[in-house]
Design a protein around this ligand. Structure first.
Ligand SMILES: [Zn+2]
Length: 70
């Protein structure tokens, strides 16, 4: 996946809970901070929020998890 540069997949904790892939159960992810454009923010009602999201990609199956506004 070109979006995520070569780096070690890591374990993460989000809101006090270990991040685990809901699809395959793997617990290591690549992460990237993504800037949301304003139309996406408006769609989700996040106009008030910091317009960045933390994106996590499961090392094993590639499923994406998004956390916005932190
Ligand atoms: Zn997975």
């Amino acid at each position: 996946m070109k979006l995520f540069k070569k780096q070690e997949a890591q374990q993460f904790v989000a809101h006090g809970k270990a991040l685990v892939c809901p699809h395959c159960g793997h617990d290591r992810f690549w992460t990237k901070k993504v800037l949301l454009n304003s139309s996406i923010s408006t769609f989700f009602g996040f106009d008030w929020a910091d317009r960045t999201a933390n994106c996590f990609a499961c090392e094993q199956c590639g499923r994406l998890e998004w956390f916005v506004g932190r």
